[in-house]
Design a protein around this ligand. Sequence first.
Ligand code: NI
Length: 199
Amino acid sequence: MTQKFFRQVLPFAGLLAVAAIGVGAWLYLSGSFSETSVGGIGGPFSLTNGAGQTVTDRDLRGRYLLVYFGYTFCPDVCPTTLNEVAGALDKLGPKAALLQPLFITVDPARDTAKVVGEYAAAFSPQIIGLTGTPEQIAAVARAYRVYFTANKPAKAGGDYTVDHSSILYLMDKAGRFVAPIRADQPAEQMAMEIAKHMD
Ligand code: NI
């Protein structure tokens, strides 16, 4: 192993770590656990929408939820996913009215209510962007078994990235976990996968 090798490979090590965590979380969610520990994913939350209003899980009962965690500074995964979610809404037809996508930030320090609300709405006016206090975000991330960690900026006060797991969670009208939905799939496929779980 030469030094050159390490210089070329090391920058990707972080990405690989995130990918590995994503796969691990995916296996955990879609494996035998999903049938037996349905009650273990999700739960009560209290967050803030783009208009600065409090939104709780109870406010959203009666619709299926498609919950995604990310952050607005995300260079690639979050915008790609939200774009496909917006496309899936178009493909779902009448069922789209029964589906409420949520984008919950894991970077509340930068993602204020206005920032996350406008960001989510830019993909589709139907997607609700949510933020909260660091404690509220930590609690909802824990409830959904979401992994996230902020990287240190290159220089103090500089921009930073946040590693996070990338899974869509489909919840039923009563707020119960139904199934994980792959985030990295085209809108049409995503819509089909979601639709088969909806009444
Ligand atoms: Ni992201």
